[in-house]
Design a protein. Sequence first.
Length: 206
Amino acid sequence: MDKFQTFTGVAAPMPAQNIDTDKVIPARFLKTIERKGLGKHLFNDMRYNGDGSENEDFILNKAAYRGAEVLVVGNNFGCGSSREHAPWALNDYGVKCLIGTDFADIFFNNSFKNGMLLIKLPKEIIDELMEDAQLGANARLTVNLEDQTITRPNGEVIKFDVDPFKKHCLLNGLDDIGLTMGNKDQIDGFEGQDDNSRPWMPKIEI
């Protein structure tokens, strides 16, 4: 997993409430266990018309927001089923950060495990950031995880809270496997001791 670095990116406004994971990535695209390639299906049924052409009214199809790295979203984003393909699709598209008042719990945790920063802020601040995002190509926010700040286009700095453990993992690019491998020496030591204490046990090579 890539380390989360400070970045400045275009923010797209998605004010709709209760955007569920089936809207993020419809169920028919869940046949793969690969994390790559799902970005083209992100918001598929909102992004494309029935004939496969782009829906010109959808926010990410507008010239100013193509490749947006930040989404400013409505309440309860990511509700519905617990599919991990939802953060996979957002990540593959290039989204690094979502900002909203609240997120569905499973989606919230899955997103951090896949290298994305989700920020919860009061509604009055979200309303201001939504207005910023509506500026189009000028809707660039700077997100600094180390300092826990968002810098608005007008220069105002907003502080946000983040769980210290989640912050550590993002800053160091650690997913669950990376965290486990950080204890490799201890794991190897335990396995060596176990082999010596139970020599009759068959050795399993992975």
